[in-house]
Design a protein around this ligand. Structure first.
Ligand SMILES: Nc1ncnc2c1ncn2[C@@H]1O[C@H](COP(=O)(O)OP(=O)(O)OP(=O)(O)O)[C@@H](O)[C@H]1O
Length: 260
């Protein structure tokens, strides 16, 4: 089998324009199953635009995205989680007054099937489903060391711990691909170190493929199997971290740019 046949995600010739600005200019890359892929690039390179295409917030002007053998662009945004893509947000998007367990349970919503009427009458199928959601959630809280704070409202937790809760909420839906949007933003040095370990543990435990868009070069280089470097909407390098870091075009793109 060729290496490309292992691709869970294939981005081909993707282009996005905002008026006269070309935010993505024919970008292509594959992400292989079970791997951690980091996307880097200086400010304005197009990382967020790419991320927004993958989570179906934007529809590109041209190009295709194939996820798990199917056309991702044919799916509406609300069908993404059920299709097997989970995501976290740059500015943690949890319900602050709800407990850790409640926040994580919300993430299972896309895997539940009972409808409005069944819920209104609390039929036995609903009770069975609730028990199953609770079981999945508790298993995940244990795996991510969140047991002790299951009943704590999220607003009392540190930013680093909230990121862990967000990761748990994405994972409870059993995604095949986890999209992490600048997970290191706002974290201190020790928290970034813990995050690096968490990303590796999550990949190993859940056998999930990870794509992270990140400014923190040190984290990306240490955690990724593959790094895609972008500049001005184009891919300038793609390969193992050491190779991408040493690439003359990547060095040029970052020259004079703060690299965390
Ligand atoms: N909604 C928008 N309307 C107009 N232009 C946009 C929009 N979003 C992004 N752009 C432009 O598209 C280009 C790519 O931006 P994008 O935010 O994707 O880059 P980035 O790599 O994520 O940058 P940063 O690291 O600063 O977040 C930039 O020139 C940006 O100004």
């Amino acid at each position: 089998m060729s290496s490309t046949s292992h691709a869970l995600l294939r981005v081909s010739d993707l282009s996005v324009r905002f008026g006269g600005i070309v935010a993505l200019d024919g970008i292509s890359f594959d992400v292989r199953r079970g791997e951690i892929c980091g996307v880097i690039g200086p400010n304005g390179a197009g990382k967020t635009t790419l991320f927004n295409c993958l989570s179906r917030l934007y529809t590109p002007a041209a190009g295709t995205i194939t996820f798990d053998g199917a056309d991702l662009l044919a799916k509406p945004q609300h069908a993404i989680a059920a299709a097997g893509i989970g995501r976290t947000f740059q500015n943690v998007a949890l319900f602050p007054a709800m407990t850790v367990r409640e926040n994580v349970m919300v993430g299972r919503h896309c895997r539940t099937g009972t409808g409005y009427l069944a819920n209104a009458f609390r039929l036995s199928a609903v009770r069975r489903e609730e028990a199953e959601v609770r079981q999945c959630t508790d298993r995940l809280l244990t795996l991510l060391n969140l047991d002790d704070m299951a009943e704590t409202p999220v607003k009392y937790l540190s930013f680093g711990t909230r990121k862990r809760v967000e990761m748990a909420r994405a994972l409870v839906a059993e995604p095949k691909l986890l999209l992490l949007d600048e997970p290191a933003a706002g974290l201190n040095h020790e928290e970034v170190d813990a995050l690096r370990q968490l990303i590796v543990d999550v990949r190993d435990l859940f056998q999930v493929t990870v794509l992270l868009v990140e400014h923190h070069l040190n984290l990306v280089m240490r955690v990724s199997d593959q790094v895609v470097a972008m500049n001005f909407g184009r891919k300038i390098a793609d390969g193992p971290p050491a190779q991408v870091q040493a690439d003359p075009e990547v060095v040029r793109a970052y020259l004079g740019t703060e690299t965390a």
